[in-house]
Design a protein around this ligand. Structure first.
Ligand code: PEP
Ligand code: MN
Length: 336
């Protein structure tokens, strides 16, 4: 961390600031330049609230060198987290494919979808049981019974499952029934939930909040990592911009940026970004092209009858064709 002092800074103020930093085990080296004096702070400053230094009247500017997301940051070019769930590897050499309905509507519905997912060659079955809907009047999910349906359908087709947890009190229920726990965009900064998820060893898929920066997203991952769970998968699902034609704006650059700064796997959900099924295939291809570790796509046997998000659900035949294209694309990208 580098602190630039104001010209003619009060010596007593500078001494008090240095005393505080050194009392925390940090070392301060002062360099007097032609125009400014700077204090180099050496040591682990990741847990230090750098902005608090502006409370000292002698401080002109503070620049952090160390990232605050110390557990999720990439130590070196090679470092990457690989997560194994049953027979599925996330963050390995090949992208993973997650598909399923927005919400689980009945056992027959999720069983039919599980069959499609399995036959298409996808790896993970998604399905919402607890739906955090913008309107309290919209379908809220079937809850506990839907988790049982998801479990049974996945068993039948030997699929790994993912479902969104919205309440930390449901952790034991999810641990029993679901393989990967999803944190939705609206709960990315639900710190009580994140801390609770640090206590399980189940992988957590952490969606990016639609109004959050990459740093905030990684700091949310830090809550899970620092509470003991190293198995975090990031999921870009679009952010809110001034554009209203699409439901959200898919921040495809975030995948590249996250790959540069973090060792955590990152996948893309083009369905919630697009809001319309016509855009999903193109965005999924773009995601694989930039090196995402997978894509999660909403599908429905009959989108026009879906209880939620029917407009963005792909029909089974389209999904089956898409996944073949994505696998060819991924292979082509890997060829040197
Ligand atoms: C979902 O995946 O079911 C969902 C609600 O997505 P998001 O949290 O990204 O809106
Ligand atoms: Mn949905």
């Amino acid at each position: 961390m580098i602190i630039t002092l104001k010209p003619n800074a009060n010596i007593a103020c500078v001494d008090a600031m240095i005393d505080e930093l050194e009392s925390l085990g940090l070392t301060c080296q002062t360099t007097m330049g032609k125009h400014y004096t700077v204090v180099h702070v050496i040591g682990d400053t990741s847990t230090y609230d750098a902005k608090g230094l502006y409370a000292y009247d002698c401080v002109k500017n503070v620049v952090r060198i160390q990232e605050p997301f110390k557990r999720s940051q990439k130590a070196d070019e090679q470092s990457k987290t690989i997560i194994r769930v049953k027979h599925v590897t996330i963050g390995g050499d090949d992208p993973i494919y997650i598909a399923g309905p927005c919400s689980i509507e009945s056992y027959e519905h999720i069983e039919e979808t599980a069959k499609i997912v399995s036959e298409s060659g996808a790896h993970i079955l998604r399905g919402g049981a607890y739906k955090p809907r913008t309107s309290p009047y919209d379908f809220q999910g079937l809850g506990r019974e839907a988790l049982q349906y998801l479990y049974d359908a996945a068993q039948k087709y030997d699929l790994v499952t993912i479902s969104e947890i919205v309440d930390h009190n449901d952790l034991a229920l999810f641990e029993e029934n679901v393989d990967i726990l999803q944190v939705g965009a609206r709960n990315m900064q639900n710190f009580t939930l994140l801390k609770a998820l640090g206590k399980t060893s189940k992988p957590i898929l952490l969606k990016r909040g639609f109004g959050n920066t990459l740093e905030e997203w990684l700091m949310s991952a830090e809550y899970i990592l620092s509470h003991g769970n190293p198995n975090v998968i990031l999921c870009e699902r679009g952010i809110r911009t001034f554009e209203t034609t699409t439901r959200h704006t898919l921040d495809i650059a975030s995948v590249l940026k996250i790959k540069q700064i973090s060792h955590l796997p990152v996948i893309v959900d083009p369905s919630h970004a697009a809001g319309r099924w016509e855009l999903v295939e193109g965005l999924a291809k773009a995601s694989i092209a930039v090196g995402a570790d997978g894509v999660m796509i909403e599908i429905h046997p009959e989108p026009q009858r879906a209880f939620s998000d029917g407009a963005q659900a792909l029909k089974p035949t389209r999904y089956t064709t898409l996944i073949q294209q994505l696998k060819r694309l991924s292979k082509a990208i890997k060829e040197k």
